[in-house]
Write a protein that binds this ligand. Structure first.
Ligand code: ACM
Ligand code: ZN
Length: 547
């Protein structure tokens, strides 16, 4: 009997299904940035006609639920967080163990039972929530049925900001973090010290704040063309400021809640003029020095011969480590002229004692000493690719900025690498060739160029390629004096970069990206981002519907 009925039931079911499918076509899912690994649209929508209950139990689930509720409220959706299933529209957050899903991956399912986000970690839940926010349709009350499985291509997905040349208020730093987290970046590289200003409170060295954080004026126009000897080329306005340790703690927590690690950068041995102005004994000549008022590379750097330099830097790093739980501390290492070291009796004595053949090896000695100190505190250093010169510190990660060569060399020496080559990853470059663009440092790196970037150089073997942890975009602010201007330089180039570091290499397609950006601009409007609109011309030429 059973045997007879079974095929009949199956036939009936099949007939039912195909009838349903005839009625309902697959729904359109709004374009997601960065593009997810896999997406299967369903054929209906959920209508959120009343309030939404977000179900969360663990600490991470509750953290993401609270943030999601705030985001939803900003879209006029009333959301409550609850430990228990409610008789309401539901978004269920589950931390699971699924080895097929990356540590930061997630599975988002929307069907007639509601919305569910499953992930191995809080970060995964958070990314699933960001995707959910992106697929709500225009009035935000409709959620299309969909199944999305998604995880990042790279573990390190960074965005940087230089607050030395110009400084930005804590509220802006938080918005910067919100936006980068929304785009599924997970590292904020905070460039905190420069020739033109020291920006982090160090309690043991108050002159860093009193003196090092301020410059007497700022060059007007491009530093390359301005005559530095003519006072008319400077604005005569004192400029500066710094983040207090309380502000830093607040920002670090804000970032951690959004699964963003802040990597602080304390520049050494170069780009140190602000610190030297505060403590001139740390330079080779003893000063006096002046916090830089123009842009460039300066000869006065930390003396590599004096013990005082290392005592100072270790004290500074001690306070930095207290504030930043990041495994990585960025120690700079770029653009350090050796002019003073060549002549300095302290540096020469050091070279003799340590049997260092030249000043490149002296720089390597400097970096290795700092690395040893930080490794002793269970932290790792990242340095710009100049730290290759004179020999790499044993455990250093290299940030390759002068092209890809430094990253290739480091990976071949079995060192980890973060790729940030200027041609694709420098957002201080011009993004359009029009004369009406605001003054920028030079070069030309439009969105299309950023999008075309491939972080794993073809020269590496598969084993060497494993050292490429990811990539990062850098935002140097010599010519970026305001928050609005910073947003203009960063977006939408950061959207393209997000896709470079998150989405699968296969299937990356610039036209498809532009199509999705047409939708994404509306989201950036909701975030009140002052993004650049150059690619609108390219989007218009695709003739996609304005829906
Ligand atoms: C750099 O752009 N000087 C790292
Ligand atoms: Zn010296």
């Amino acid at each position: 009997m059973k045997k007879l009925i079974y095929p009949f039931v199956v036939l009936l079911l099949l007939a039912g299904c195909s009838k349903k499918e005839e009625q309902k076509e697959a729904v359109t899912i709004p374009g997601i940035i960065p593009k997810p690994v896999s997406l299967t649209p369903g054929n209906d929508h959920i209508h959120w006609d009343k309030s939404v209950a977000i179900i969360a139990k663990s600490a991470d689930e509750k953290n993401v639920a609270d943030l999601l509720a705030i985001f939803l409220k900003s879209k006029n959706i009333d959301a409550t967080v609850s430990e228990f299933t409610k008789d309401e529209n539901q978004i269920a957050l589950y931390t699971i163990e699924d080895s097929t899903l990356h540590e930061e991956g997630y599975k988002l399912t929307v069907d007639d039972k509601g919305v569910s986000i499953q992930a191995n970690s809080g970060a995964g839940l958070f990314y699933g929530a960001q995707t959910l926010l992106q697929i709500l349709t225009e009035n935000s009350k409709e959620v299309p049925f969909v199944t999305i499985t998604d995880y990042p291509r790279f573990a390190y997905r960074g965005l940087h900001l230089d607050v030395g040349r110009h400084t930005f208020p804590p509220e802006f730093i938080k918005k910067y973090i919100d936006l980068l987290a929304h785009h599924k970046f997970n590292r904020f590289h905070w460039h905190l010290t420069e020739d033109q200003g020291w920006r982090i409170e160090i309690k043991k060295y108050p002159k860093l704040q009193e003196i090092g954080a301020y410059r007497k004026e700022t060059v007007i126009g491009h530093a390359r063309t301005a005559d530095r000897n003519n006072a008319k080329n400077f604005d005569g306005k004192r400029y500066g400021g710094f983040y207090t340790q309380d502000e830093v703690k607040d920002i670090v927590k804000y970032a951690a809640d959004r699964y963003v690690t802040i990597i602080p950068e304390i520049e050494l041995p170069g780009h140190a003029l602000a610190a030297l102005t505060a403590y001139p004994n740390l330079g080779c000549t003893g000063g006096p020095y002046e916090v830089a008022t123009t842009w460039g590379v300066f000869d006065d750097v930390f003396c590599a011969g004096k013990e005082d330099t290392f005592v100072f830097l270790q004290d500074v790093l001690d306070e930095v480590l207290e504030l930043f739980p990041s495994q990585y501390i960025h120690i700079g290492g770029d653009e350090c002229p050796k002019t003073r070291w060549e002549k300095c009796p302290h540096c020469k004595k050091r070279m003799k004692e340590e049997k260092l053949k030249n000043t490149h090896e002296l720089q390597s000695y400097f970096i290795q000493r700092i690395e040893k100190y930080l490794n002793g505190k269970n932290r790792q250093i990242i340095g710009w690719d100049e730290i290759l010169e004179g020999g790499l510190a044993p455990n250093a990660t290299v940030m390759s900025w002068r092209g890809e060569e430094g990253g290739i060399a480091a990976a071949k020496q079995n060192h980890d690498v973060i790729m940030t080559p200027g041609n694709w990853c420098y957002f201080d470059h011009y993004q359009d060739t029009s004369k009406s663009e605001p003054l920028a440092i030079g070069n030309y790196t439009p969105v299309r160029e950023v999008y075309s970037y491939e972080p794993v150089p073809a020269q590496l073997t598969a084993d060497e390629a494993k050292h490429i942890l990811g990539a990062q975009a850098n935002v140097w602010t010599e010519y970026i004096p305001t928050s609005d201007h910073a947003e203009y330089m960063v977006y939408p180039r950061a959207c393209a970069m997000a896709e470079v570091v998150w989405s699968p290499k296969e299937g990356r397609d610039y036209k498809d990206f532009l199509t999705r950006m047409n939708t994404h601009f509306k989201r950036l409007d909701e975030w009140k981002v002052n993004y650049a609109k150059h690619i609108q011309k390219e989007i218009d030429s695709l003739n996609i519907s304005k829906k």
